[in-house]
Each structure stands twice: as structure tokens, then as C-alpha cells.
Design a protein around this ligand. Structure first.
Ligand code: MLT
Length: 335
């Protein structure tokens, strides 16, 4: 029972199943990234726990590498109930539910522990409720993918000034677009499913994503230089169509939520155990990894000063920002 965190919950679910057996379901799960990714680790954790908790009655099938469409499209598909579940970066949910943008604001989350504190506490719960109301999807698990770092095919980037002349792909996300603008360049918004081809054909020179994603997507085949700008800690939820969730029996809803908790735990374990090894694989595949010259200070100051205040309203006000900051032991901001 390695995925069951709480025996009492498992016992309660087992009792419910005896009372009202549910019909078997194979959840169709879209996954934006390839095999070997953090998203896949969460997906496997979820399916294993789902099978175990339901006594083998329910399962799930992962459709990796954007087979079911771009990440943003899968939110729409889940909202109307034509797709059961999707694993995707939170920045691709923000356009549908702006308050989750608080997790995309640059340099807010400074560690995996911060990410765990926020997602597993009242703030994560509130954002889950917001996505149900705003976007018709429910977050059941959180993937912790690590810090987004910059890659490009042209030159080492050590400072904000070095970005000049580079065409950088970003998700279609206003916060990320504005962050690059604060650094002095105008980035190119592009769907995730088109990004590898965009880099390969040199429509764009670079992009940002965590080490684990860069490796899973084999970006080292088309990118050389990595800069540890670490501006966003990437969180990638597993969402379920609220319509599909409401069609489940109470006991199956409980099973899905409990399997989600197991998947979140599996994701944290994957990152803790694999990130250093994956960084090494990038180096072995010819990538050059460097830190910004001044400990990211220039990137941090420009991004936080220009971007944070601009998005207070969309994330629910400056009070929400301060609730997030204080929850992770940081000083609140003032107007
Ligand atoms: C993106 O850059 O659009 C996302 O981070 C992609 C992903 O899901 O890994």
C-alpha cells in the first residue's frame, strides 16, 4: 500500500465501496510533457494510487507529450467534460483563472518547501475552489517541477543586457510576458505543444522551463546555453473536469482526491531524488549551465518592481499577495 498515506482514509473508502460499488472508469489524462517528466511522475503516482484505493476497479491512461492538444486547450476540453483530466503547467491555467497567477509571479516561491507549504495549505485550497468557479476544473494534485531556467541556442546569458537580440518563447501568459518586458525584451508567446518545433526551426532562440522538463523534452538537441534565472518555481497541477467529478459517486470522489494526495507526494519525491541527476544529464548532452553574474539580483529587482504591483488586482488584491508571502515567512509588501 505504498501510495496510501492514511490508513484511516483507506478504511473509510473501503467501507463506502462495500456500501455502494461504483462502475469501473478509465480516466483519460492529457499530459503536456514527455515521458521522464515531473508531470509523468505525478500521473503515474495518481494512476497507481487510484488503482490501489479502488481495489483495481478504476484506472487512468496518460496521453503524453501534448497528444490531446495544447495545455491551454485541455483546460477548455475538461471544462466542457470532453476530457477527464489534464496535467499542465499552472501558467497555462492562469488565463482561465487569474488568481492562480500568484504562483506564477516572479520570485515569490523560493524553494520546493515554499511550494509545498502554499499548495497543501489554505491558499492551495482557495485556488482550487477558484479554478472550479472560474474554469470548471478542479485541482486534485500538484506537481513540483522545479525552478524555470532560461535556455537558448545563441549565446551565454549572464546579465539582463545579454538578453538583447534573443527571441524568447513564453507561454501565452501575461505575467511571464511582462516579466521579460521588465528585462527589456519583447518575448514571443507560443503554445507549449509548438515550442520544440519553434526552437528547432529557429523561429525562436530560447525559452524557459525547469531542468526536468528541459531533459524530458530533449531540448538539449536544439538548445545549448542555460542560465539559472530561477524566476518561477514551476507548479503543474493535475486537474479533473468538474463535470466529470460531479458525475462520480461520493466514494469515487473521495478515492480521486486521496489518489491526488498520493500523486502530490510522489511528485515531491521525484524532484528531490532526480533533479541533481537530471542537471548532470543536461551537461552530458552538451549544455552549458551558468548562474547570472550578480546572484540574479538584477533579474529579481527589475521583475518584482515592475510585475508584482501590476497583477495584485488579478490575483485577488495586495492582501492575497501578503497572505502568500507571510505563509512562507516573507515580509509583506505595501502599496
Ligand atoms: C510551458 O512552458 O508552457 C509549460 O511549462 C510547459 C510544461 O507543461 O512543462
Amino acid at each position: 500500500m505504498k501510495f496510501i498515506k492514511s490508513l484511516s482514509t483507506a478504511a473509510a473508502i473501503a467501507a463506502l465501496m462495500v456500501a455502494a460499488p461504483a462502475s469501473a472508469k478509465n480516466f483519460k489524462i492529457a499530459v503536456g510533457d514527455s515521458g521522464g517528466s515531473s508531470q509523468e511522475a505525478t500521473g503515474i503516482g495518481f494512476v497507481n494510487a487510484l488503482e490501489e484505493l479502488s481495489g483495481g476497479k478504476h484506472t487512468g491512461t496518460l496521453f503524453l507529450n501534448g497528444q490531446l492538444g495544447s495545455e491551454q486547450d485541455t483546460v477548455n476540453d475538461a471544462a466542457i467534460g470532453t476530457l477527464d483530466m489534464s496535467l499542465l503547467a499552472i501558467n497555462n491555467i492562469t488565463p482561465f483563472s487569474p488568481s492562480v497567477g500568484v504562483f506564477t509571479l516572479p520570485y515569490v516561491i523560493l524553494s520546493l518547501e515554499d511550494a509545498e507549504t502554499l499548495t497543501n495549505g489554505p491558499i492551495g485550497q482557495e485556488l482550487t475552489e477558484n479554478t472550479i468557479n472560474d474554469a470548471g476544473v478542479r485541482i486534485v494534485a500538484w506537481t513540483y517541477t522545479g525552478f524555470r531556467v532560461l535556455t537558448n541556442s545563441k549565446k551565454p546569458v549572464k546579465s539582463v543586457a545579454d538578453l538583447k537580440g534573443l527571441v524568447i518563447r513564453v507561454p501565452k501568459n501575461e505575467i511571464m510576458i511582462d516579466t521579460y518586458k521588465a528585462w527589456g525584451i519583447s518575448p514571443t508567446p507560443m503554445a507549449w505543444s509548438e515550442t520544440f518545433a519553434g526552437l528547432q526551426t529557429k523561429v525562436v532562440d530560447g525559452q524557459d522551463n525547469p531542468y526536468t522538463t528541459i531533459n524530458a523534452m530533449k531540448f538539449y538537441e536544439v538548445q545549448k546555453y542555460v542560465t539559472n534565472i530561477r524566476y518561477i518555481f514551476s507548479i503543474e497541477p493535475l486537474i479533473i473536469s468538474e463535470q466529470v467529478f460531479q458525475e462520480l459517486s461520493a466514494e469515487d470522489q473521495a478515492i480521486v482526491l486521496e489518489a491526488g494526495k498520493a500523486a502530490t507526494a510522489a511528485s515531491a519525491t521525484f524532484l528531490r531524488e532526480k533533479e541533481a541527476e537530471i542537471k548532470q544529464i543536461l551537461l552530458e548532452n552538451g549544455m552549458e549551465i551558468s548562474d547570472p553574474e550578480n546572484n540574479e539580483e538584477e533579474f529579481i529587482t527589475l521583475a518584482t518592481e515592475a510585475v508584482w504591483p501590476k497583477f495584485y488586482d488579478s490575483i485577488g488584491g495586495i492582501e492575497k499577495m501578503n497572505a502568500v508571502l507571510t505563509a512562507i515567512g516573507r515580509d509583506p509588501v505595501s502599496e
